[in-house]
Design a protein around this ligand. Sequence first.
Ligand SMILES: Cc1cn([C@H]2C[C@H](O)[C@@H](COP(=O)(O)OP(=O)(O)OP(=O)(O)O)O2)c(=O)[nH]c1=O
Length: 198
Amino acid sequence: MSSHVSSKLVLASASPRRVELLAQIGITPDAISPADIDETPRRDESPRRLALRLAEEKARAVAQAHEGAFVLAADTVVACGQRALGKPEDAAEARKFLHMLSGRRHRVHGGICVIAPDGTLRSRVVETQVIFRGLNEGDINRYLASDEWQGKAGAYAIQGQAAVFIRHLSGSYSNVVGLSLYDADALLRGLGYYPEAA
Ligand SMILES: Cc1cn([C@H]2C[C@H](O)[C@@H](COP(=O)(O)OP(=O)(O)OP(=O)(O)O)O2)c(=O)[nH]c1=O
């Protein structure tokens, strides 16, 4: 139950999607400070655990340089079976990911971490289930030509043209885009952050 006079918020992310999502709920970060961390999975690390660890590492790295502020970080990992699909390195890897996702169910794990000005850290992982329709070579070629796969976990962006691949979604939509707004708000409120009235 901490309450803070200052409500300075630092978003530890380079993702423009996360800025837009926060704007949707009336939150404008006072600073954007991407964390440069190694995102390589550890051996035997589950996709869920990976999303949580990376969100926490991003938040910790940025909090060091921003004392007295709230720091919010997130990480999105697409899990196909036990396999974690991060951001594809090139079009060939994106093609491989899309073939893996075609016609089946996968999970999107969204790690979120908030560190309060007094150093309290709270984090959680949000899971959304997504089912893709079957994709043929034409679908995949057209999608790869769109460039929307670049920089997206699992090589797709639900908020763009890949919307037509989504047969079913169960859970938070904003989690798939990059930050569950329900959970970000809950964590920020729980730690005493209140955005200034617009
Ligand atoms: C699945 C999916 C992911 N994504 C994006 C969200 C994230 O930006 C990205 C996953 O990479 P992340 O490593 O979570 O984030 P990032 O590298 O973009 O930014 P930062 O680490 O600085 O916070 O994929 C979409 O935009 N739409 C989707 O449908």
